[in-house]
Design a protein around this ligand. Structure first.
Ligand SMILES: [Zn+2]
Length: 324
């Protein structure tokens, strides 16, 4: 009986290590002052979030004019930074909707694609500043940065429609349409990052919550950015966290856990898992930290733009390394 218990304990400890141990060390201590480039980045990020969540506001198929306005804003920004935008058009509940996609083709391995995605819709009743104008702003910034780069692999930035419930996990979900199309075309998605709700950070004690049993392994203070994968994407999440930690002086945590655990699959990375592609969500953990999640209170003033600028700077480097 005692032997069985010890064996079980060792097994549980090994499984926990397998899911939670990440390479490198999370940044701790005070954050360095923002560089001039980071101040510029913060200004652009804040501008995007204020337009999407402040001026346009709630945007989804029940607010089709606002959804279209958000798509137009994203398209104008991409065109303005020198991209030609491909629209993936379809209808959802009788409403014409679209994903917006830009690419920088790889020089050496053009058929290996690194997809970075963010959903631009917001849930019913919410202006969606943190969820997910922050992810869209980050992706606009990443897209802007790749225009003049020559990556080895192809980098694709995809702005997805219809991530939020009740369309989440249905055929109307933009990322699912995109991932299915990629599979049909025989595309090799080498890595996918879903930028999902990445703008809220706090140093308050006990501000961070988790689905059971992760509180045993992770910090109680919600000041870090999280990288979340299923077990099959463990290699990708470890590479992403290692890269982020090399380049960003900002706290970070990573996990590779069974996709059925609540929260692990809650964004556009799920769609890529369905098609057998490795995919990771980058997130401030949303409802596990952020009170205004999915409410009318999710407004631009809740977003920490200084810290968002630091996170996005790190993510730019992660994307560059995944593509090289
Ligand atoms: Zn969301």
């Amino acid at each position: 009986m005692a032997v069985t218990f010890v064996v079980l304990l060792v097994f549980v400890a090994a499984a926990a290590w397998w899911m939670t141990a990440m390479p490198g060390r999370s940044h701790s201590g005070p954050l360095p002052p923002l560089s001039d480039a980071e101040v510029d980045r913060r200004r652009r990020l804040e501008g995007h979030v204020r337009v999407l969540a402040g001026e346009i506001g709630e945007r989804n198929v029940w607010r089709p004019d606002q959804l279209a306005a958000a798509a137009r804003y994203v398209e104008d920004q991409l065109t303005g930074s020198g991209h030609s935008v491909v629209g993936e058009d379809f209808t959802a509940g009788g409403v014409a909707v679209r994903n917006l996609v830009v690419e920088r083709r790889g020089l050496i391995l053009p058929d290996e694609i690194v997809v970075v995605g963010a959903h631009y819709d917001s849930v019913m009743g919410s202006p969606g500043a943190n969820d997910n104008a922050t992810g869209v702003a980050a992706l606009l910034e990443i897209a802007r940065g790749i225009v003049h780069r020559q990556p080895r692999r192809t980098v694709r930035c995809a702005f997805f429609v219809n991530e939020e419930p009740p369309l989440y996990l249905t055929d109307a979900m933009g990322s699912l349409a995109h991932a299915r199309r990629a599979r049909r075309r025989g595309e090799t998605v080498a890595a996918m990052l879903s930028l999902e709700t990445i703008g809220y950070y706090t140093d308050a004690k006990r501000s961070q919550h988790y689905p059971f049993p992760f509180a045993l392994f992770y910090p109680a203070t919600g000041n870090f950015v999280g990288f979340v994968a299923n077990l099959r994407s463990r290699g990708l999440v470890r590479r992403s966290v290692a890269s982020f930690r090399r380049h960003a002086a900002f706290p970070s945590e990573g996990v590779a856990a069974p996709g059925w655990i609540p929260g692990i699959g809650w964004s556009d990375h799920w769609s890529f898992w369905q098609q057998g592609y490795p995919a990771v969500m980058v997130t401030d953990t949303a409802l596990f930290r952020y009170g205004p999640y999915h409410t009318r209170e999710d407004t631009p003033d809740k977003v920490g733009f200084d810290r968002l600028a630091r996170v996005v700077g790190g993510l730019e480097r992660v994307v560059a390394e995944l593509a090289d």
